[in-house]
Design a protein around this ligand. Structure first.
Ligand SMILES: Cc1cc2nc3c(=O)[nH]c(=O)nc-3n(C[C@H](O)[C@H](O)[C@H](O)COP(=O)(O)O)c2cc1C
Length: 306
């Protein structure tokens, strides 16, 4: 367990897999192993970073109530997933209320927020600041940290081009909320200079990395095109993304001294160990918790028991 100001981040962190409120995603909650994982998360004070919220309700590609959209999240070989979820969420008020309920149950939740730069940088920044105010209203001092998602491959915004927008956003948040522990979630497509600038601006942690764009793992010509090509190809997570994510994160460690949450591609305890050996301060898992919750529970038992 690492202490970072008022809050703390557990050695292994669950990222996204427990939903926008941090208490589980339906229909996964019907699975006994997933519910067991949730209980263990509580018992071990594991840090949970939520699935992304946006300022207003957002309809992405995947809509839980519409079976025609379920193909936007699929399992792929090698304990992987391919998804083009597209940030469907009920908006920050609803997510903040759910996070409050999770905190009241003793779950250590950190919200994840997605600044919608496609609306224009100024609007996205204004909405981010408004959203922090809303989180504060619901969570009070329990809001010690916030993750900003700069790296979703499934939105209209081009992640390679959002570096300057991300920097302006972090500058604004640091100016208005200097005490807030900010986690910047980045992508393998971001240059290391982005992480270095984020560190200089005083973020508390960098989370590398989000899902990896399909074409980077399965290059055109050598592999069939993505089944989700019509929505940008989607993001690869779990086993098949591991080599690319680990190589990026190893390089990132040489470039920044800030608290690093390393993740993407963890398929079990051995991968967690590899990330720690590379110099991770914490390690995140998502796909493992969704595909093999019993294995994710093993990882928590091995690394998060005090
Ligand atoms: C179905 C699905 C939905 C995701 N949604 C989000 C999201 O809303 N916000 C975010 O920052 N990351 C999201 N992620 C990325 C994960 O948090 C994680 O960074 C990524 O999957 C790599 O880790 P893994 O290999 O352990 O899954 C999502 C991943 C999956 C598989």
């Amino acid at each position: 367990m690492r202490f970072t100001g008022e809050g703390r981040i557990s050695r292994v962190v669950i990222s996204t897999a427990l939903g926008p409120g941090g208490r589980g995603i339906f229909p996964y909650t019907l699975l006994p192993a997933y519910r067991q994982l949730l209980r263990l998360v509580q018992a071990t004070d594991t840090t949970v970073i939520t699935k992304s919220a946006t300022r207003r309700r957002r309809r992405g590609n995947f809509i839980p109530g519409n079976p025609l959209t379920w193909g936007y999240i699929r399992r792929i070989a090698g304990q992987g997933m391919l998804n083009a979820y597209g940030l469907t969420n009920a908006g920050v008020e609803v997510c903040a209320r759910q996070i409050k309920a999770s905190r009241e149950k003793g779950i250590q939740v950190i919200p994840n927020y997605y600044p919608e730069f496609a609306k224009g940088t100024d609007t996205a920044i204004r909405e981010t600041l408004e959203s922090i105010e809303i989180y504060q209203r619901f969570l009070g001092p329990a809001l010690w940290g916030l993750e900003l998602n700069f790296s979703c491959p499934n939105a209209q915004e081009a992640i390679t081009e959002n570096v300057s927008q991300g920097i302006r956003c972090v500058e604004a948040v640091r100016r208005h909320y200097p005490g807030l522990f900010l986690i910047a979630k980045i992508s393998v497509v971001h240059p290391y200079e982005f992480a270095q600038e984020l560190e200089r601006l005083g973020v508390g942690a960098i989370h590398g990395v989000n899902t990896v764009p399909y074409a980077l793992i399965f290059p055109e010509g050598r592999y069939p095109p993505s089944p989700l090509a019509h929505v940008g190809g989607g993001g690869v997570s779990g086993g098949p993304a591991g080599a690319a994510a680990m190589s990026y994160n190893a390089g990132l460690r040489q470039k920044v001294g800030v608290f690093l949450i390393m993740g993407c591609g963890v398929t079990g305890g051995e991968d967690v160990r590899r990330y720690f050996d590379m110099g991770a301060d914490a390690v995140s898992v998502c796909t493992l918790a969704l595909r093999r919750p019993e294995e994710a529970a093993q990882v928590l038992r091995a690394f998060n028991i005090k």
